[in-house]
Unconditional design. Sequence first.
Length: 199
Amino acid sequence: MTKQPHIVGLGGNATPGGSAERLLRDALARCEAEGATTALFAGEAIDLPMYAPHRSERCAKAQSLMEALRTADGIIVASPAYHGTVSGVVKNALDYAQDLVADAQPYFDGRAVGLIAVAGGWQAAGSTLATLRSITHALRGWPTPMAVTANSSQPLFGPDGLVADPGMETQLQIMAGQVMTFARMKAAYEVAEPVALPA
């Protein structure tokens, strides 16, 4: 019996409805279509006080985000580009992962992390993605081979608000599929019967 993978999405802007959040929602929906449960932290949920490692008190929103990340089998992070790199609100939310340092599975250890970078041009999208990969490595996560870069100066969404660009749909599907493949392996390992070694 394999437990249902749980995928946590984090990102977008402090105000809801931006391109990064919409692509993140799409990626989570693709994970759900493959049998995952999901949780989204975007908008108000990631508008957190500035992370301060010397302070132990945590607001309810920060506590909720950390508890979700603790239970995640996979993670997807989406950031808009601000001046060529990760937005402050996304970076600040990720900084709270320092609270997971003493866990049995610290930070993002053992989890695939899908990445989405959105900018008004390709250069900033690429540099933001590179930063997201570096942050994921620092948090001991496994960035998926496929990541998503989106140029918001080009049409991404149709009149219905859904992703309309075929290339973007392909990137999202591959990335979500890779997060799910790794999450299934992790979930299967956790429920596997221990193998008895010969005496």
